[in-house]
Design a protein. Structure first.
Length: 142
């Protein structure tokens, strides 16, 4: 299979196989007017199988959300057919409005304009806690 390269845009590489649709949905890529390519189950020497997302436009993307979805993602920025930057992601220390607090007694339930902010408390097990009520976030649902 031959997929053209990106002239100017973003290539999200090293996505765990099967997670590209989650990335597509969370970044709301269906709302873009540019070309977006999802490549699933590519052979990878490092990962076995991986997914790739190619966005044919330089857009702002939420790197914290991407790191939360899959911390192994590599973000490649391309301009005029040349790689101009590369970022390796990790689990973010804090998440803002990515996951919601499920505790009905949390202040975010009554004060709905407050942002849902979670802090990473256990990197190995991907456990986040609400900064307001200390409830555990649903970190493994994505």
């Amino acid at each position: 299979m031959n997929i053209d390269g990106v002239k100017s845009g973003i290539v999200l590489d090293h996505i765990k196989a099967g997670k590209s649709m989650i990335v597509y949905d969370y970044l709301k890529l269906s709302k873009l007017s540019c070309c977006v390519a999802l490549i699933q189950n590519c052979q990878s020497k490092k990962m076995g199988l991986k997914d790739i997302v190619k966005i044919d436009e330089l857009i702002d993307i939420d790197l914290d959300m991407l790191g939360y979805i899959d911390p192994s993602i590599t973000v490649n920025y391309v301009k005029d057919g040349q790689l101009i930057g590369k970022k390796h992601l990790a689990l973010p220390e804090t998440l803002k409005n990515v996951i919601k607090c499920k505790n009905p007694r949390c202040i975010t339930s009554t004060e709905q304009e407050l942002p849902h902010i979670f802090r990473l408390v256990d990197r190995e097990n991907r456990i986040y806690r609400c900064i307001y009520c200390d409830a555990v976030g649903e970190a493994n649902t994505i």
